[in-house]
Design a protein around this ligand. Structure first.
Ligand code: ASC
Length: 147
């Protein structure tokens, strides 16, 4: 069931770039916020486990990691020109788009290493990967997200 749900999400995600081009600006904002919210919930759970703020549960961690890896790919498609209005997105996203894209690439790449890190059963590797994702999130927020 879980695998099926993830497969459906992954299939849906492959059609995102074309979809986003036809969306109203405010709908793009809704879409990326929904993805970031769900990413934050899944990554927050992994982060809590990595810091022993909640017990490590392998099944939950695998689900969190699989969802985080997929959700991480979503927001970049929903930063069309003009979608900074009434948001924390800084205008620098569009004046420094290559830098923004590079930071997105880094975050997506690190998030996509989470499932293997969880499945390895190596807690040190898991903690390191969670930290690497957290740094990648923060690096983009520092430059491109208003406080
Ligand atoms: C989270 C979350 C973020 C990142 C960031 C990492 O759990 O919601 O935005 O980690 O705080 O520095």
């Amino acid at each position: 069931m879980k695998k099926l749900a993830i497969a459906a999400l992954v299939t849906a995600a492959t059609a995102l770039p074309a979809l986003a081009q036809h969306m109203k600006l405010e709908d793009q904002v809704k879409y990326r916020r929904a993805a970031y919210d769900l990413l934050g919930l899944n990554f927050g759970s992994l982060s809590a486990m990595a810091q022993d703020k909640k017990p490590f549960d392998k099944e939950e961690a695998q689900s969190n990691a699989d969802f985080a890896a997929m959700l991480a790919t979503v927001p970049r498609h929903f930063f069309g020109e003009g979608t900074d209005k009434n948001t924390k997105a800084k205008p620098e996203i569009w004046t420094h788009r290559a830098d923004f894209d590079a930071k997105m690439d880094k975050m997506v790449g690190e998030a996509q290493k989470l499932p293997a890190a969880v499945r390895s059963g190596d807690m040190a590797a898991f903690r390191k990967q969670v930290a690497d994702v957290g740094h990648a999130c923060k690096s983009c927020h520092d430059d491109f997200r208003a406080k």
